[in-house]
Design a protein around this ligand. Structure first.
Ligand code: SF4
Length: 242
């Protein structure tokens, strides 16, 4: 038993990873509670907003791991560490525990906090937030995150893009880290109110933004970039726990 306590918003799955480099792959999600950002369009406010703090359970590593093993039936798969910002939680012991059982780990973060245990991941998704989020990127910290991964996990960049400014930001950041694969996804403008479990999403708006984004990438001959929708939003809207 390790002493690390992880603040958990929800553990669910198996389902499929809905975005980025692992899109379509079966996964169990461990969503941690708490974030050092507050993006204007955040679609996981239940794991960010302090109003929901009461729902976040402090869990021992053994308890988190038991839940993952139970959900996956003991069959190793990729565990997606998400949030909130999972990098602010002590996840190193959980990763070590799971890898010992043959599981793989992917973590997505905005890149504001670097951890030495990033090097123990299988996949690190750095998703710096563009201007439409209202957040400012600290590039020294993002550099630290890339350095901490030290080339061990597959490290990729993922950008949510709503408009031309976001696109230009993604282009600039990608030029800073030329060795990292890039994934772009159209933003979903309609985060539900925190307590709304509805599937309501402006699918037409998302798909129009996707078409616009494809045109941008092709016109720019940005042939290293992958353009993907949020598959889970198309399938299930903004529902939690799928
Ligand atoms: Fe939400 Fe992610 Fe922004 Fe945190 S970094 S506020 S989880 S979108």
């Amino acid at each position: 038993m390790t002493g690390a306590v992880i603040r958990v918003s929800e553990i669910f799955g198996p389902t499929i990873q809905g975005e980025g480099v692992l899109i379509g792959q079966p996964t169990v999600f461990v969503r941690t509670g708490g974030c050092d950002y507050r993006c204007s369009w955040c679609d996981t406010l239940h794991a960010v907003d302090s109003e929901h703090r009461e729902e976040w359970r402090p869990m021992a590593v053994d308890d988190v791991w038991s839940a993952v093993v139970r959900l996956s039936g003991g069959v190793p798969l990729t565990v997606s560490l998400s949030g909130g910002n999972p990098a602010i939680q002590p996840l190193g012991p959980l990763i070590a525990r799971g890898r010992g059982d043959g599981y793989r780990f992917a973590l997505e973060t905005q890149g504001s906090v670097a951890r030495d245990w990033f090097a123990d991941l299988d996949t690190l998704v750095l998703s710096p937030k563009p201007p439409s989020s209202g957040m400012e990127t600290d590039f020294a910290k993002l550099d630290d995150c890339v350095a901490m991964a030290a080339g061990h996990p597959t490290t990729v960049l993922k950008f949510v893009v709503f408009d031309d400014r976001d696109y230009a930001y993604a282009r600039d950041v990608a030029r800073r880290y030329t060795s990292l694969p890039v994934y772009l996804q159209p933003g979903n403008h309609t985060p539900p109110p925190p307590d709304d479990d509805s599937a309501t999403v402006d699918i037409e708006g998302v798909m129009n933004r996707m078409l616009w984004l494809v045109d941008k990438v092709i016109d720019d001959r940005w042939f290293d970039a992958g353009v993907l929708p949020q598959l889970h939003v198309l399938l299930w809207g903004n529902r939690r726990g799928v």
